[in-house]
Ligand binder design. Structure first.
Ligand SMILES: Cc1cc2nc3c(=O)[nH]c(=O)nc-3n(C[C@H](O)[C@H](O)[C@H](O)COP(=O)(O)O)c2cc1C
Length: 208
């Protein structure tokens, strides 16, 4: 196979943004698209436990509505206790979450453990798959947002979705086809501002 065009890849990677507003709430996501995205996701690196990822795709109205209620509670609580003013895009997602065609829960069989090393291994074996899933959705015109708020009510979520004990909930993607969302690279610090060369203090001064 020929090498893919690096410009295309870097453009998709750089423009995989949260989409909360320009979403088609009335159109279901095709099973074919969902399966293709998950087939891309499961090509992500996986640690020694190996392929412990599971993807729970929720389209059932009642359960979506129960989840949306929890999401609202958490978001409003966080905004109140931490004094965070919610942006209009956060409010739109909160208000319309029950209508989203599909919620995708990225789950990992097992638990993260107590040590940093165990946690790096555990989350490192699931979050790359979640990110691949998000990029694959981007490539198919499906808009979504990386959300992790619901993990603070994982016991309630487990009850709604019959998730057994010993399964860790990570990201939930609320997903819908986009309605003409224009996705651009975000305004982030350039690489030069965040790289150290050889040792921690050596910011921006490569010596070799
Ligand atoms: C660990 C993590 C958790 C997040 N959780 C939420 C969330 O629960 N709800 C939400 O609306 N956005 C969530 N976001 C999305 C960020 O708010 C988002 O990255 C931010 O809006 C920047 O926009 P961008 O994705 O277009 O760069 C989360 C992002 C990360 C990395």
């Amino acid at each position: 196979m020929e090498n893919p065009d690096k410009n295309d890849i870097e453009f998709v990677l750089s423009s995989t943004r949260s989409v909360r507003k320009k979403l088609d709430y009335s159109r279901s996501i095709s099973e074919e698209d969902l399966i293709a995205c998950i087939n891309a996701a499961v090509q992500a690196p996986t640690g020694i436990i190996g392929e412990n990822w599971r993807f729970l795709i929720l389209t059932d109205k009642k359960r979506k509505s129960d989840i949306a209620k929890l999401y609202r509670q958490i978001l409003l609580e966080i905004s109140k206790t931490r004094g965070i003013a919610l942006k209009s895009s956060h409010l739109v997602l909160m208000d319309r979450l029950h209508e989203i065609p599909c919620m995708i829960f990225v789950l990992a069989i097992g638990e993260p453990g107590d040590s940093v090393s165990e946690q790096v291994g555990f989350y490192g074996s699931i979050l790359p798959a979640a990110w691949s899933m998000m990029v694959a959705m981007r490539a198919r015109g499906i808009g979504t947002t990386w959300t992790s708020l619901l993990t603070s009510k994982s016991a309630e979520i487990a009850k709604i979705l019959d998730i057994p004990e010993g399964v860790t909930q990570t990201v939930m993607f609320p997903a819908a086809y986009t309605l003409g969302a224009v996705l651009r690279p975000a305004n982030r610090k350039p690489a030069e501002d965040v790289i150290f060369w050889n040792t921690w203090d050596n910011l921006n001064s490569r010596s070799d």
